[in-house]
Ligand binder design. Structure first.
Ligand code: GLY
Ligand code: MN
Ligand code: MN
Length: 464
């Protein structure tokens, strides 16, 4: 936990963003896995955690903008809880650790909100992403379940985005801890990527590293020699020489800050000529994009810089052709990289995405594209000092997409489809790093994780 004033300062900063009424933050509750008493690992709601700091299930926090008061609603442990789960500080003592004096049992929350409502005060809340929270908000505030999300407060969403997107020193330290653990996960994955190994063995091993050194993984591990499937959670392949293995994985720290790193390696530890050629294009796109990061530039511009690097590289490799500017304008690169260059990152690996990506990655000056591939760009707006984001270009050979675009006659002036046919089965390559936007440019967070061809081969040699 951070120092207690961190949390009161955050709540007070929100007071500059939301003018009146009260903000209700429902913390998460325990969730059943396959029967009520068998529960998933508890994960606090990131926004409750940001403003109220407590990692206890079943709590709610309230910020009263009109009366300058903050509240925690939650129940003390009773003797049954203590028998099964051990002694727990009283709610009043927990609240004091985040500079809150006003506490009440959870059951008092309904009356508190009803009173506020009858006084005509606005009750702001964030869009829920779990069924349990939707049901609780519906019962507390009187909306039908289906209407809860739409009733969320845009004023509160915008205020929270404004505060949370700029990371403080202590938050950056946490994210760097998470990247340092990802270093261990990824170098282990590299060393294990040898022919005959089943992907699940590597995925399980690195998930164990995450749990042992930090916390749970920040999202289900993506690990496969079928890297052309962007979010491939199947780990059933036996690794074969000639394939490349994508590992996209990160961890969460105790304070729930995440890392999100991708590396791609040749099974067996040596790049063949074709793998090295495509890998180097993705690496060039990754490094050129990182180099371009600075406050004031739109991330969409950097996305298209990566796309340009990919087009030029694929032209040299004989897979694309024609005028680069025209190919870029036609977005012909989306056949190879049908996703965005990156996203903001913090407690949520796609930070605050539950609000709707457009509230987080776009603004009045930057509207989201609707075209294929580019529409998946989660972050397009102008960068500011203190934003943490990912840079994750990729090149993928997706047989169904190649077939579809060829059949549609799409990008015929820019793609050498005959040669491309011979790349079906290659898989995909993605290289992802976590970056802080600084006053003068950027900082790659955490201990550098091997990514040049030489560095990757050197680490993999240790695994042989
Ligand atoms: N791990 C999913 C992503 O890179 O966004
Ligand atoms: Mn990732
Ligand atoms: Mn990512």
């Amino acid at each position: 936990m951070f120092k207690k004033e961190v949390y009161s300062n955050r709540r007070n900063n929100l007071r500059n963003e939301v003018k009146s009424g009260i903000a209700l933050f429902l913390g998460n509750v325990d969730c059943a896995f396959n029967y009520p008493a068998n529960q998933y690992h508890f994960r606090q709601d990131s926004h409750f955690l940001y403003f109220f700091g407590l990692q206890n299930p079943g709590f709610a926090g309230v910020i009263d903008f009109d009366n300058n008061k903050d509240y925690i609603f939650g129940n003390d442990f009773d003797i049954d809880d203590i028998i099964w789960m051990g002694v727990q500080p009283k709610v009043v003592d927990l609240a004091a650790t985040v500079e809150i004096e006003n506490t009440a049992p959870f059951t008092d929350l309904a009356k508190f909100l009803a009173d506020a409502k009858s006084e005509g005060r606005e009750i702001h809340f964030l869009p829920p992403y779990r069924g349990e929270t939707t049901i609780e908000l519906s019962s507390l505030l009187g909306f039908a379940n289906a209407d809860v999300k739409a009733a969320a407060s845009v004023e509160l969403i915008k205020g929270v985005v404004k505060l949370k997107e700029i990371k403080s020193e202590e938050e950056i330290t946490e994210i760097e801890k998470a990247v340092d653990i990802a270093y261990e996960m990824h170098t282990t994955s590299m060393k294990m990527a040898m022919p005959g190994v089943v992907e699940q063995k590597i995925a399980g091993t690195i998930e164990g590293i995450s749990l042992a050194l930090g916390g749970p993984v920040s999202f289900p591990i993506i690990l496969s020699q079928d890297g052309q499937t962007l979010h491939n959670h199947n780990h059933g392949n036996t690794l074969e020489v000639g394939r490349m293995m994508v590992t996209d994985a990160g961890t969460e720290t105790q304070e729930c800050y995440s890392s999100d790193i991708t590396r791609t390696v040749p099974v067996g530890g040596k790049f063949n000529e074709r793998q090295a050629e495509i890998y180097q294009i993705v690496l060039d796109a990754n490094m050129a994009s990182i180099e371009a990061i600075k406050p004031g530039i739109k991330y969409r511009e950097i996305h298209f810089l990566a796309a340009r690097t990919i087009i030029e590289g694929l032209k040299k490799a004989g897979l694309m052709k024609g005028d680069t500017d025209a190919a870029l304008k036609a977005e012909a690169h989306t056949l190879f990289m049908p996703h965005g260059l990156g996203h903001q990152m913090g407690m949520d690996v796609h930070d605050m995405e539950g609000f709707g990506e457009d509230f987080v990655g776009y603004d009045e000056n930057t509207k989201r594209a609707t075209t294929f591939g580019t529409a998946y760009l989660r972050l397009g707006k102008e960068l500011k000092t203190g934003i943490v984001l990912t840079v994750e270009p990729g090149i993928y050979f997706i047989p169904d997409l190649i077939d579809q675009f060829r059949a549609e006659g799409k990008f015929m002036d820019f793609v050498n489809y005959d040669k491309l046919e011979t790349y079906k089965g290659f898989g995909g390559i993605r290289i992802e790093d976590d970056i802080l936007v600084t006053e003068t440019g950027y900082r790659v967070l955490g201990k550098p994780i091997p990514k040049t061809i030489e560095e990757v081969e050197a680490v993999m040699a240790e695994g042989k």
